[in-house]
Design a protein around this ligand. Sequence first.
Ligand SMILES: [Zn+2]
Length: 655
Amino acid sequence: MIYSFLQLHSTFNRLLGPYWSYAMYRFGAIIGMVLASIAYSGACAFGEVIGTSFVFVQDSKPTATLVIGSKTDLQDDVHFADIIAKTVASISAVEVPVADSKDKVHSSRQVLIGTPEGIPLVKKLLAEDAAYQDEVGNAQSNALLPAELGEQGFIIHRTQQGDRQYLILTGHTPLGVLYAVNTLQDRLHLEAGEVIVDGFGTRLMPIVNTPAFTNRSLQTAVGGPDFLGSGQYMREFGYDYQGFVDWLASHKINNILLHDTGFTWGICYDSKRFPELVNRDHPNVEKDYLGGIIKYGRKRGLTVFFAHNMPDRCDFIVKARPELAGINKDGSPKPGTFCLNKPEVLELWKAYWDETLTHYPDVEAIGCQFGEHLNARCQCDVCGCDKYFERQLAFFDAMVDVAQSKNPPVKYWIWRVPGAKQIIENKRDYPDLVDIDWRLKFRPFMLGHETEGDWYLYHHHGNNPEFGIKQVSMALQKQHLKGMQIRAVQFKEKDRMYQCYEEFTWNPKLSIEDYAHLYTIKTLRRKNKNVTKAYVHYMRARGYYEIFRADNRRRRQQDWDLTYDKKFKEELVALKETLKRISIENDFVDWLRSQAEIPAIAHEMRTHLVNIVNSDGSCTQIEVIRPEGGGCIGPMGENYGGLASSEQLREVYGY
Ligand SMILES: [Zn+2]
């Protein structure tokens, strides 16, 4: 059989859409693999090759063997096989056997889990399947894995030899293999009593997979208290930091930026140099697991960034060292805020980082939010004028100096905030700096907004993140951003959000329908067209809702553009109709039912933003709702009767 590159390319294009066209273009080797499968199966039609499922369990018996490498890190390979075996067992209560590749494996269905170096059979099968022709028709008989796979990319390839079926989960590195395993794990499901995976070679599970963003980050906290939640990490993981890291890896998250490492609540480890500045409520002080997260994280491709604030949001430390506090315009002390002009503040800053890097030498990067609100700064002769930006640059330089003298591989990062103005202007002097932009929701990105940072922290809206994550990941991919970040302190409880983050940060071109299909499989462990459809209607409804709010927020009610209000209502009706056709009972379905009851946007649009001023002078905006029938409802559902005052809201949401 002879296919030219272009013939095959156009066949793919027609059958699988533009995503494939792009993938084909980048990864010529795959053409070879698929071509070989076609050649092998003789006259079999194209669709049968890509549509075939791989069966793990049939008639309550295992039909496949998980084969692991014996030459690479066996401990990892056992762990990887275990992930699949446990998932299959959770779906069917059947145990799939695991074998070592150096033993003779007789099973007619084998899942090969490892790098080509670890499992010679992977090398052999790939070499045979990759006997492809390049664009000018030369046979390439020895192409194995495309170099573009890099450290994180992976291949999921189903192939056959005689009556033996093979499912290859491989990559250049153990991390690539792990990501292949975690992808397959999400797609295991029941069909006609069998545990299967299907969709091989389609956009739902391409043969070749590389991330759209090299860094997929989560801004979070691993103790408490913190800005967003209290003690959530301990409730979900306790001291099981390996469980936490493995859970992050299961969503292919490869960076965490920790906001409980700053001065707001005190030092989060048992500092010997500053015992009086330690936050004794942080569980890491009692038993240091942060070091474990960093170390074990390295094994699972996870890097850890520490976060800080300067000069505000340093409440705990300023309280303990009142002589370092900034001042208000009238000369009174400004709680929670340092004066950047006091040499002792700079000394404390340097000594703190010096000790922290001694304590955690393996941390990937240290960084800071150098002034989120200009009105929160000290109002002395230096901090109160433009010299403030020079002082922030000096504090940044001091942090970089400590990192470089202490441990040169340690990098540094900043958030793009007003106080960091001069640092950003001098950005080219710091080649290792990761500049993380943030602030905007998804609507500006749909309208073509471009970010200037290296990464983007996307603040999704409350419990309805999917539509926005899809929009922002699509936009950021076009801008070739190196990293995307989201912020949350709930973990397994918000699995839906992490699944969507995982799928779209690898493949932003997946449609909302594709993602809903994949999530239905993961959460129900079976396909269900109506659940998928209901989820799509929910995501669209929430997306249109957000757009309507974003587009009309600043207009008078009589000027509202009602286009998205109309679309939102249509989706809500469709959601309710679809839910009537679903008979299964399940947590996810229950949750969808609860979402069908969200009120019309125009109702919720009667919201107000109330500014509250915190004790340190910083400002927080709280959104309250003024329902038609009167009253005023706060973010947690509490009713204030009349419009809530700044003081009332500060008691609940400020400090
Ligand atoms: Zn000052």
